[in-house]
Design a protein around this ligand. Structure first.
Ligand code: F0G
Length: 453
């Protein structure tokens, strides 16, 4: 499918030499997060805040009502959340983790358990900072990079039941249900699974809080893969997904099609009251939270645009295109390909590098060196350490090639595919890395490494 938009404004990108990239990588401590963007050719670090806004969104920026209280753009955002997601209350935050902070504080008591369909870094960090113990209840297939299950983001109901039996429903304030699951490879959750989780949760009076960050991608997969949803619109499917939740945290920087912003949405009036008393401490007035009026306008407009069938099918088609090229060349990737990225399986790519010598971190570094393409480690470095200070050893040791929305063309994706294929040919000679600096939390952002001799 060709792009369902035309290009009205362009931004030149850096074409660099290998020598230049060698210096840049050393300066960045072999961490692609620490590279300057001016040294990057094709930037697949993340799809977060890197989206191209439409002319309609840019026009909306000019209509920002920057009143300290009661901005009309807040009303527009509220209308979008109510109409598209179906939640009663919305608390704007500066981005997704601002919403996670508030949600975790108003719902978690020390010693509680928060089950989730795999973890996300900032989400789990906020849960743990508030004294919760995270439990992964995703289906086993999600941890197997070669399983072709169409809904690898699904929750395993037996694991959820077992946790309820073990700790008691009163120690589970909510289930954190992410649609899609980023670290499993952008994998979707089926509507019939969402419904079943909802039923079980209701029986035990446990709330469901969704991570709505990539909910439109999830809805498109449901339309493509789940029986009975072929004829439904994306908007209808999104609404149905959220009808089984008590609220959500949202990073607008992904499916909201903006560069900054997010929100917490809730149905319960008391919880909303609690959230507003915290948002004034951490973000701002409840009617703007962490956002300007113009940013709320762009997000409201982006949310409507994201429901467009052509937009979202083209997006998924781009990811599939890159996945097919790599797969055809025998490159080990997570399958089926997910909604926002291709994930290279670094264990298979570099079987000679043990996990605690950071094969995925090294693969991301090598890809940059080879081609100027920036990607991201999603393996042991991202997983961090447990409370006793030992590494978590995730089964998935991945490099994420994340595709920003409406930014790159198929020709860019060809460059990426060729670079990965070239690297694969010389994979035997590569060794691992060791830490030079390791920060105590969310270490992947700012850690520094050096190659092992
Ligand atoms: N939830 C999910 C599933 C995410 O992917 C992210 C961010 C967040 C929450 C936090 O939102 O960044 O707005 O504070 N993911 C980015 C990424 C950083 O690159 O995957 P945020």
């Amino acid at each position: 499918m060709a792009e369902p938009y035309k290009i009205k404004m362009v931004e030149p990108i850096a074409v660099t030499t290998r020598e230049h990239r060698e210096k840049a990588l050393k300066k960045a401590g072999y961490n692609t997060f620490l590279l300057d963007s001016q040294d990057v050719y094709i930037d697949l670090l993340t799809d977060s805040g890197t989206n191209a806004m439409s002319d309609n969104q840019w026009a909306g920026l000019m209509l920002g009502d920057e009143a300290y209280a009661g901005s009309r753009n807040f009303e527009h955002l509220q209308k979008a959340v109510r109409e598209l997601y179906g939640f009663k209350h919305v608390v704007p935050t500066h981005q997704g983790r601002g919403a996670e902070n508030i949600l975790s504080q108003i719902m978690i008591k020390p010693g509680d358990y928060v089950p989730g369909n795999m973890y996300f870094t900032t989400t789990r960090a906020h849960q743990e900072l508030n004294g919760a113990i995270f439990r992964d209840i995703i289906i086993d297939e999600a941890h197997d990079s070669q399983s072709e299950h169409p809904f690898k983001g699904n929750i395993d109901l037996e694991k959820l039941r077992a946790l309820i039996d073990e700790v008691g429903a009163e120690r589970i304030p909510y289930i954190c249900l992410a649609v899609t699951v980023n670290l499993a490879g952008g994998q979707p959750v089926a509507l019939n699974n969402i419904k079943a989780v909802y039923q079980l949760a209701r029986e035990h009076k446990i709330k469901i809080m969704m991570d709505a960050t990539r909910c439109v991608e999830n809805a498109c997969f449901i339309k493509q893969r789940e029986k009975g949803y072929e004829e439904k619109t994306i908007k209808e499917i999104v609404r149905e997904m959220f009808s089984f939740a008590d609220g959500c945290t949202m990073s607008g920087k992904k499916d909201g099609l903006v560069n900054i912003g997010g929100f917490l949405a809730l149905n319960d009036d008391d919880l909303y009251q609690k959230a507003t008393s915290l948002v004034v401490v951490y973000e701002g007035m409840p009617s703007y939270g962490g956002m300007t009026g113009r940013d709320m306008e762009a997000l409201a407009r982006g949310m409507y645009e994201s429901m467009d069938y052509n937009f979202i099918t083209h997006r998924l088609a781009q990811i599939e295109y890159l996945g097919d090229k790599l797969d055809a060349a025998g490159i080990p990737i997570v399958k089926p390909v997910g909604g926002h990225a291709i994930f290279l399986d670094a264990r298979e790519f570099y079987p000679q590098i043990p996990q605690d010598e950071f094969p995925a971190q090294m693969l991301a570094a090598q890809l940059y060196l080879q081609s100027g393409v920036r990607s991201m480690e999603r393996g042991i470095v991202s997983a961090g350490r447990d409370q006793r200070g030992n590494h978590y050893y995730p089964k998935l040791e991945l490099v994420r090639l994340t595709i920003p929305r409406r930014v790159y063309t198929y020709a860019h994706l060809d460059v990426v595919a060729n670079a990965v294929i070239d690297l694969y040919k010389t994979r035997d000679q590569v060794k691992g890395l060791r830490f030079v600096y390791e920060p105590p939390v969310l270490r992947f952002f700012t850690a520094r490494f050096e190659p092992l001799p």
